[in-house]
Design a protein around this ligand. Structure first.
Ligand SMILES: *Cc1c(COP(=O)(O)O)cnc(C)c1O
Length: 506
């Protein structure tokens, strides 16, 4: 794909690799104030064996431990917004002081009554994914939502029954797809995987993806792909792939675990059928917190049947003497039913139009409170502004990694170098047998990144809270660690050779 790589930085500037340069970039960063919205663990916090901050323990040593760590792991678990504990305290106080009235009682300050807490987060969530508020809902968790959506959108027929995913799909997505096939008594051969053309690179070109879809289209019911691939960091061309598959009569769903809160999305305009995500990666809602899903407007409609019928397969809720409702079949629960009817307990399911009609249970208000705190931080900026900073920050990481001070770097970036084909994350593949030693040094120095065995580290400068100085610190320590690990490996190999040599003489 052709792209113009604007020179965001002058890599020939002799100061480019210095700390002062990073500090200068931070000073120019219009979003730098957002970092103070987050609790950055200190190096001491990370090492100490107590759950609280190092400052609360007897081991606290302000001279060595109170520096912030270098946290580049928001792709796995985002950092805690400072306001989260305040919001959760308010939730606890409401529960303590109001009991069940907390469901209904409008309070002078603070959070909405729990009964409306799912509506309150729709607007901000919709902005992040580029949707109408009615097209999104915060509910359940990612894999559960994938199953709920597949239950509604995967409708295999004798002729069209295959599901297409990518070959390196996150295990949970693979399990979801393969178990859906089994539920329909279909063999695992009905799962088509898109694999990279070259064994050296995880890259899947859009042309390649489209060609696999074309090849199988006559027998395919559904395509399920990640917005951003968790391992390679590749950002797929959601609009082009969606349009192509739909033109061939295929339904298209997206797993946005790594795209949500990372890159601007336009799910409505891209005409995506459905999507799901979690709120604990770039969204900073806390480990395992409630997730979310998107159902396009055209799939969320609830219509009244014409008296003459003609409702073509989408008939539901046929009740004697009542008007007939037409809506997409789904696995239902009481929380997806119209609010005014919800407490009547009369077994008449009247789905809320849009994504909210896919809800099952009343959502955990504790989870919703944590998500609200996170969304309130996102509301201080926009995905466009975040993307602008992110493009710069990740380009800086890429260019710094490419300047290795000691000859040829013992690593290679496997994430696309085209900024349009990636989000915040760069995946770096090390030469064999270096990973353990490198990770050990990074941990010792208070640098948090994520490893994917055998040889990959994933590094994600999250634009909400990471700084250019974070990237500078990472690159400096990482390159030092690589050098040391390589030296250690060479010495081991040398001593093995000496050992083997001795053997030969015996
Ligand atoms: C993080 C992630 C998951 C996790 O699923 P949960 O149901 O939230 O545990 C699933 N799929 C992908 C692609 C992910 O990146």
């Amino acid at each position: 794909m052709a792209f113009e790589k604007r020179p965001l930085f002058d890599v020939h500037d002799p100061a480019f690799h210095t700390e002062q340069f990073a500090v200068g970039e931070d000073a120019k960063d219009a979003l730098r104030h957002l970092r103070s919205e987050f609790i950055i663990p200190t190096k001491g916090d990370l090492k100490n064996k107590h759950f609280g901050p190092a400052a609360n323990t007897n081991n606290y040593s302000p001279t060595t431990n109170s520096e912030p760590c270098t946290y580049l792991c928001g792709n796995s678990l985002g950092l805690q917004p400072r306001r989260t504990s305040e919001y959760i305290k308010r939730y606890l106080d409401t529960w303590a002081s109001k009991g069940v009235y907390g469901h209904f009682k409008e309070l002078e300050e603070g959070l909405p009554p729990w009964l409306h807490i799912d509506d309150a987060v729709k607007e901000q969530t919709a902005k992040i994914v580029g949707a109408l508020p009615s097209e999104v809902v915060v509910m359940e968790t990612l894999t559960a939502n994938l199953h709920l959506l597949l239950a509604s959108f995967y409708k295999p027929t004798k002729d069209r029954y295959k599901i297409i995913i990518e070959g390196k799909a996150f295990p949970s997505d693979y399990y979801a797809a393969i178990s859906q096939l089994a539920l329909h008594n279909l063999p695992s051969s009905a799962l088509i995987t898109i694999t990279p053309s070259s064994p050296d690179s995880p890259y899947l070109s859009t042309e390649h993806i489209l060609s696999v879809i074309s090849q199988h289209h006559a027998s395919t019911a559904l395509v399920l792909l990640p917005g951003i691939q968790f391992y390679s960091g590749q950002f797929f061309q959601i609009d082009i792939i969606t349009r192509h598959a739909q033109s061939l009569g295929i339904t298209v769903g997206w797993d946005l675990a790594h795209a949500m809160g990372n890159v601007p999305l336009h799910l409505h305009d891209w005409n995506v059928d459905f999507a799901a995500w979690c709120n604990y990666k770039y969204m900073n809602g806390g480990p395992g917190v409630i997730g979310g899903l998107f159902v396009h407007e055209r799939h969320g409609r609830v219509d009244t049947a014409s008296p003459n019928g003609g409702s073509e397969g989408l008939v539901n809720g046929t009740i004697e003497g009542e008007e007939q409702l037409i809506y997409r079949p789904r696995l239902s629960g009481w929380w997806g039913s119209d609010k005014s009817a919800r407490f009547r307990m009369d077994n008449k399911f009247v789905p809320i139009p849009g994504a909210s009609g896919f809800q099952l249970s009343n959502p955990s208000a504790l989870d919703m409170t944590a998500v609200t705190a996170s969304l309130d931080v996102f509301a201080m900026t926009s995905m466009q502004e975040l993307r602008e900073k992110s493009l710069k920050l990740t380009a800086y990481l890429e260019l710094r990694l490419q300047q290795y001070p000691d000859g040829k770097a013992p690593y290679r970036i496997i994430t696309p170098l085209n900024p349009n084909e990636r989000g915040a994350q760069l995946s770096v593949r090390l030469e064999p047998c270096l990973l353990d030693a490198v990770m050990e040094i990074l941990e010792e120095e208070g640098v948090v990144v994520d490893e994917r065995r055998p040889d990959v580290v994933r590094v994600a400068p999250a634009p909400l809270y990471n700084s250019f100085l974070d990237v500078h610190n990472f690159v400096t320590i990482f390159q030092r660690a690589c050098k040391k690990a390589k030296k250690g490996l060479a010495e081991t190999e040398e001593s093995v050779m000496v050992e083997n040599g001795k053997d030969l003489h015996h």
